[in-house]
Write a new protein. Structure first.
Lengths: 511, 296
């Protein structure tokens, strides 16, 4: 038998110590589970209280996600509160900003916001920035570039304010909720996940507080400091565009048809292939045509990546696409699939596309279909500035997927109205030409000279292959040469490449 | 080898976007319309636009057709004055009721050709028959001019004239179609069918295309580029038919080599019409081969 009493100072050891010290410990919680949740210390009564507790000060960086797209209420709601509290000189680092964020203009004018980092800008805010609203240029990063910047500390987030369609009292948050059909639904919280992980303080804002545990969760409670419940996080109509429809536009169908044939002839359309598609009309049509080819040839896709659409979900449910990696769900079908399908996986921005992440999913792509506002004869792509030089788009994952995929296919019409899409120099380089392999237009397919083997394969398949110079020539023959856009010397935007080196700048347009 | 005219894409003459892109969809012919798809207030604008398109834009090897307004109005003559100078391949005359309509139009075309120094006869013609009277006169119309490359049915006006409406089965068009296809073939020119206006009904469109191909039509007008691929699918011989056609040609070549005029294949005699049909199929398939971008 062990003689415990012979152990020196054994008497000083007690099972009741630390917070459980018999003399000063609180009684353990004996409430019913339902009552305990009501007393979660993480749930705060207002955004103002959350801002105060987060310790937000002048000059800090706040972050937001763009999973609510044009239906987002969070950015404006939080910035209004912050402005009223008198905090100034902030950096707004959003994964993207869009039309609905025009109220930020006032906060910029009042000095509440002095810096913006985003993937894109649209509408009035974009117009104002292009006309010189800000003293410091807007920093545009791709989704992968932003992830890398967050991971490296180049973009340090002090407080993340992340809207979530469902959250429990301890901060387990998600873009959907498996328990009920109530509340809004945005599917993946891919971009928010990384902000939650790296931000010093993370505040979840929800309009649908659910019972613990909110499983599965996109953001775990361990990364969340506070939870605030508000009436509405967004307009469901803007958050989800609804079911994606097939285009009936004959030109988009024609381009999609060429792109599909190019993919088929490329050598990458083999069993177990991987792909990423956009949500534009032509991209969706490519997915639809590829589906037919896959059934015909009995070919399966190992994984589909990216912004996910109902089209990809349909292919998954038919067994044509084995796995879905979803950083952002583009429509309600995609969001519901993430909720219900086992092999539809939510991934974060780093997993998706970070330059610093050797396992990034974009680096495993056989091919990607991307769109373009302009493509130049060096294959550089602009998805950012319009033909008037004004900012009107988003870099998104464009340069990331282009750099990662074995074959990058850009689909665009030869002309838009009177403006040639194929030009001598793009307004703004968003994706460098050396990462773009094929440009498919309604009037022919151009192949990057770096990929002669693709040219050979397309030609052998009877596809209308040509050179980018010929497409350019043809476009200018029809539309003429547009007068150059007039800019001032002032820089209003800086485009960072995915490794966060400067790729190009956007200048202020002349009034 | 005569031209392939499986599809003739209708392009409203007042729509710059469609005019600019008319050649990209792979139709065999493009028909710029100055007539019914253009409102009265835009007639002159459309005429200028089509003239400019024909003289400035590059449509590759596509056959270019312009539908003018009928000559009973001043518009028809004004159209001819501009369009003949732009030298399209074919002028399409609408609402042709008799041979006289064709002859009158031809006279005006010839006058303009002489005035501008275009070789007389270079401008082709086609006549659209769109009335009960026109259908009854189909034969004389088909034989009325050497310039005619074909005659076409314009069903909308025709059914209005018959005081009926178009049905999915097209029973109301049976006589007109039979008449027109017969008249055209007798004159050695092409028979071209009317448009199918329900663009979202691909099944109905395919059924109609299959019917008119069986009847002997050479092609059909289309109002939406989306109709071109299914139409070509109907009008392009299947691999099975081509295989048979090749076997027939081989059998007849072998028979010829033996000095015999009679050949047989799988126990069936191959006579002249069988060979002619096989030859026609092979020619169609050859001409229907994928176009390259340089040809666009």
């Amino acid at each position: 038998m062990i003689d415990f009493d012979s152990i020196p100072r054994i008497k000083e050891v007690s099972a009741c110590h630390g917070v459980y010290d018999a003399n000063n410990c609180e009684r353990k919680n004996v409430d019913r589970f339902d009552d305990r949740q009501k007393h979660s210390v993480k749930v705060l009564p207002s955004i103002e209280e959350a801002v105060r507790r987060s310790g937000l000060k002048d000059g800090m960086t706040v972050s937001f996600h763009h999973h609510f797209r044009n239906g987002d209420y969070i950015v404006n709601m939080v910035m209004d509160v912050i402005a009223k509290m008198g905090i100034k000189n902030l950096t707004v680092a959003a994964s993207s900003l869009t039309d609905c964020h025009w109220p930020l203009i006032e906060h910029i004018k009042n000095g509440v916001i002095t810096h913006i980092e985003t993937s894109g800008l649209r509408g009035k805010l974009a117009e104002a920035v292009s006309h010189g609203l800000m003293d410091f240029p807007v920093i545009f990063r791709s989704h992968g570039g932003r992830a890398a910047a967050i991971e490296s500390g180049e973009l340090h987030i002090d407080v993340a304010f992340l809207g979530a369609p469902s959250c429990d009292p301890y901060g387990n948050a998600n873009g959907y909720n498996r328990d009920s059909e109530e509340g809004s639904c945005c599917g993946s919280l891919g971009y928010a996940k990384l902000d939650a992980l790296y931000a010093d303080q993370c505040v979840i804002i929800t309009d649908h507080l659910v019972s613990f545990p909110n499983t599965p969760f996109g953001i775990p409670e361990s990364q969340v400091e506070y939870v605030v419940v508000v009436d509405n996080i967004g307009d469901p109509k803007g958050i989800m565009s609804g079911a994606t429809r097939f285009t009936k536009n004959p030109k988009e169908l024609l381009i999609a048809n060429y792109a599909t044939k190019a993919i088929e002839a490329s050598g990458y359309f083999e069993d177990n292939f991987s792909m990423q598609m956009g949500s534009g009309g032509a991209s969706l049509a490519v997915a639809r045509f590829l589906r037919e080819r896959m059934i015909e040839k009995d070919i399966k896709c190992r994984f589909a990546l990216g912004g996910i659409t109902g089209q990809i979900v349909q292919m998954h449910e038919e067994g044509l696409v084995k796995k879905i990696l979803d950083v952002q769900s583009f429509d309600l079908i995609a969001a519901n699939s993430l909720k219900n399908n086992r092999f539809h996986q939510q991934i974060d921005a780093s997993y998706y596309a970070s330059y610093a992440n050797s396992g990034a999913a974009v680096s495993q792509l056989d091919f990607v279909i991307l769109s373009a506002l302009e493509v130049d004869t060096d294959f550089n792509v602009n998805v950012m500035t319009g033909s008037d030089g004004v900012i009107r788009g988003a870099v998104g994952g464009h340069p990331d997927a282009a750099a990662g995929a074995s074959m990058t296919v850009v689909v665009c019409p030869l002309l838009r109205g009177r403006i040639p899409t194929i030009c001598s120099h793009v307004n703004t380089i968003c994706t460098p030409g050396r990462t773009v392999d094929v440009v498919v237009t309604d009037q022919g397919i151009a192949v990057n000279p770096l990929r002669p083997e693709l040219y050979e394969r397309f030609a052998a398949a009877g596809l209308p292959v040509t050179t980018i110079e010929k497409l350019h020539e043809r476009a200018e023959k029809i539309a003429g040469i547009p007068a150059p856009i007039e800019y001032t010397d002032r820089i209003v935007g800086v485009l960072m490449y995915r490794d966060n080196t400067v790729l190009d700048v956007i200048r202020q347009v002349k009034d | 080898m005569s031209k392939l005219r499986r599809s003739m894409l209708f392009v409203p003459g007042n729509n710059p976007g469609m005019i600019r892109d008319a050649h990209i969809y792979g139709s065999d012919s493009i028909m710029f319309d100055l007539e019914d798809s253009v409102s009265v207030t835009e007639k002159d604008a459309a005429r200028f636009l089509v003239y400019k398109a024909l003289t400035k834009l590059h449509y590759g090897k596509k056959e270019l057709v312009v539908r003018i307004n009928d000559l009973s109005s001043d518009l028809g003559i004004a159209d001819l004055e501009a369009i003949v100078r732009a030298q399209p391949d074919v002028i399409r005359l609408p609402k042709t009721d008799s041979a006289r309509d064709v002859i009158e139009c031809e006279r005006e075309i010839e006058r303009i050709e002489r005035e501008v120094g275009i070789p007389v006869g270079k401008t082709g013609m086609m006549a659209a028959i769109e009335s009960a009277n026109g259908v009854l006169n189909a034969k004389e119309i088909a034989f009325s001019s050497k310039r005619l490359i074909g005659i076409a049915l314009g069903a909308e006006d025709y059914v209005t004239d018959l005081k009926t409406t178009r049905s999915p089965e097209g029973v109301e068009l049976m006589f007109a179609r039979s008449m027109i296809v017969n008249a055209a073939k007798a004159a050695g020119i092409m028979a071209l069918d009317t448009v199918y206006s329900d663009v979202n009904n691909e099944e109905g469109f395919m059924a109609e295309a299959t019917l008119i191909r069986k009847m002997g039509f050479d092609g059909k007008s289309v109002i939406n580029p989306r109709q071109i691929a299914p139409l070509h699918a109907v009008f392009t011989p299947s691999e099975k038919d081509l295989k048979k056609a090749r076997a027939i040609m081989e059998a007849i070549a072998e028979a010829n080599a033996r000095g015999s005029g009679v050949a047989s294949l799988n126990g069936k005699m191959i006579d002249k019409p069988v060979v002619a049909r096989a030859q026609y199929l092979l020619e169609m398939a050859e001409r229907a081969k994928t176009i390259t971008v340089e040809e666009v």
